[in-house]
Design a binder for this molecule. Structure first.
Ligand code: BGC
Length: 521
């Protein structure tokens, strides 16, 4: 997951002295809890909304529709309130991102994580104890605020605390933990659906465990040296740097952080900078990658898999069980990305996945088109298995491509002076389109029926053509050499960087001085 902020590395080829100290290991555990928390929230709502006990309590009309024969198969769950239960989290999350970028900068990463943890805990209490729809939605909104703060601060904290050589890996580790969180949520829903009538309360309350861990973690860890130095605590920053690197010899890294934060303070208008013509390629790519990532349709599956399988005629148990399978495929396939992203490159993974996702969804559309009519009986056992397999081939290709790369590519292409602002925009656009899918999917399913899968496969085609012609390969290119080696060489994007030298402002002139300073993840 993404974040903006400042971290430094040695000039090309030079490594600062750094051991993997206990504090770095604790940071990995933090990443686990932050990522798990987000994943758990993504995965939990779909299973809960397919549970009858939950529907009877909060959505009696949906419950009646679900069990009435006269309602179209595709429309059983079409209810704005039900979708709001899932989507409100993302709306709150994207609003919180703006406040989070202020607190991460001015109060520090640690305090921002603490704020996130507190939001999570209160949100979990509201959800677990919910007596009415309002409490349920307020709980989701509070969890969303937690997501906004945590997703900004945790990856940033990690990228700054980790030695340079494991920073990239930690970036994908966060995404891996998101997928593990989703899988846990699916497993827990599978178990709690058998506990009547309060199993759903347990599902929602168990989010308290990662929430508590994140809060305790934030209480005990130290803030990052970068954040301390950025806020003027130079001595403390140096002391912490020695502690986390496990060595007294930290002067080169310390000096770079001081220089990076000096320059950061001089960049007065990062958001305005982002709009300059020479930053157009990165901005356009970051925004489009987020929109495309969501229009693969992944969250239709992640949020609503149990509901979707139920719609296709699976019994409740089989629906939740199938969601566990897709969740597991998601985790395992993310590992493929960890291993191959720096070997085969970003483009190949995205293009291969494009083909796989296109065919999986197109075939699902055809099968449903023929087999699931408005009032038909359930899919036969054989066809049901084929649909689950196709959903798995779709999820696996997403998990080794658009899932992690949607976040990784923006985080490695923005230049120093716009990286922080660029990452905020990335997070916001992502959460905005996640919200759109969460709020619209069940209604789209009702109106477009099996055509919804054809719709998503059409998008996959568009995004693959975009990757083919307009997304440059960034594998093994040091961040500070992106402009020279990537953008200036690209047949299309070079027009934005080449002819723009004379419009560079004061911020850019400083680029020369900071060419060996990396900013962000
Ligand atoms: C996406 C999420 C999605 C998750 C699924 C992430 O990269 O941003 O929206 O739920 O992958 O694993």
């Amino acid at each position: 997951m993404p974040a903006g902020g400042f971290s430094v590395s040695a000039p090309a080829g030079v490594e600062f002295e750094a051991k993997i100290t206990p504090i770095v290991i604790i940071s990995c555990i933090m990443a686990a809890t932050g990522g798990l928390m987000f994943g758990y929230d993504v995965g939990i709502s779909g299973g809960v909304t397919s549970m009858d006990d939950f529907l009877i309590e909060f959505f009696p009309t949906v419950y009646r529709k679900k069990h009435e024969d006269k309602e179209s198969n595709y429309c059983k769950y079409d209810n704005q309130g039900l979708q709001l239960f899932t989507s409100s989290l993302y709306l709150a999350g994207l609003t919180a991102t703006f406040f989070a970028s202020y607190t991460t900068r001015n109060l520090g990463r640690r305090l921002t994580m603490l704020i996130a943890g507190v939001f999570f805990i209160i949100g979990v209490i509201f959800n677990g104890a919910a007596q009415n729809l309002a409490m349920l939605i307020v709980g989701r909104i509070l969890l969303g605020c937690g997501v906004g703060f945590a997703n900004q601060a945790v990856p940033l904290f990690l990228s700054e605390i980790a030695p340079t050589r494991i920073r990239g890996g930690l970036n994908i580790l966060f995404q891996l933990n998101v997928t593990i969180g989703i899988l846990f949520a699916n497993l827990i829903n599978y178990g709690t659906s058998k506990i009547h009538p309060w199993g759903w309360r347990l599902s929602l309350s168990l989010a308290g465990i990662p929430a508590l861990l994140l809060t305790l973690g934030a209480l005990f860890v130290t803030d990052t040296p970068n954040s301390l130095i950025e806020r003027g605590h130079l001595e403390e920053g140096k002391r912490v740097l020695k502690k986390i690197r496990g060595t007294e010899n930290v002067d080169p890294e310390f000096n770079e952080i001081v220089e990076a934060s000096r320059i950061a303070h001089e960049v007065k208008h990062p958001f305005r900078n982002l709009l300059l013509r020479r930053n157009r390629p990165q901005l356009v790519i970051a925004v489009l990658l987020q929109i495309f990532q969501q229009f693969t349709g992944i969250n239709a599956i992640m949020f609503y898999a149990p509901v979707l399988f139920n719609t296709l005629g699976f019994k409740s148990d089989a629906s939740l069980y199938s969601a566990v399978i897709t969740g597991a495929v998601n985790v395992l396939s993310t590992l493929v990305s960890v291993y191959s992203v720096d070997k085969v490159g970003r483009r190949l993974l995205l293009l291969e996945a494009g083909v796989q996702m296109f065919f999986s969804q197109a075939i699902i559309a055809v099968i449903l088109g023929i087999k699931v009519t408005d009032h038909s009986d359930n899919l036969s056992h054989g066809w049901a298995i084929i649909v689950v397999v196709l959903v798995c081939t779709f999820v696996s290709s997403f998990a080794w491509s658009w899932g992690p790369l949607g976040w990784l590519i923006p985080s490695e292409t923005f230049p120093l002076e716009t990286r922080s602002a660029g990452q905020s925009v990335t997070v916001c656009v992502n959460l905005l389109f996640t919200f759109v899918i969460a709020q619209a999917f069940l209604s789209m399913l009702c109106h477009m029926k099996y055509g919804i899968f054809a719709f998503f496969s059409g998008w996959v085609l568009i995004m693959s053509v975009f990757v083919l012609f307009l997304l440059p390969e960034t594998k093994n290119v040091p961040i500070e050499e992106m402009t020279e080696r990537v953008w200036k060489q690209h047949w299309f994007w070079k027009r934005f960087v080449d002819d723009d030298e004379h419009t560079l402002n004061g911020d850019a002139e400083k680029n020369g001085k900071i060419s060996n300073v990396k900013h962000g993840i």
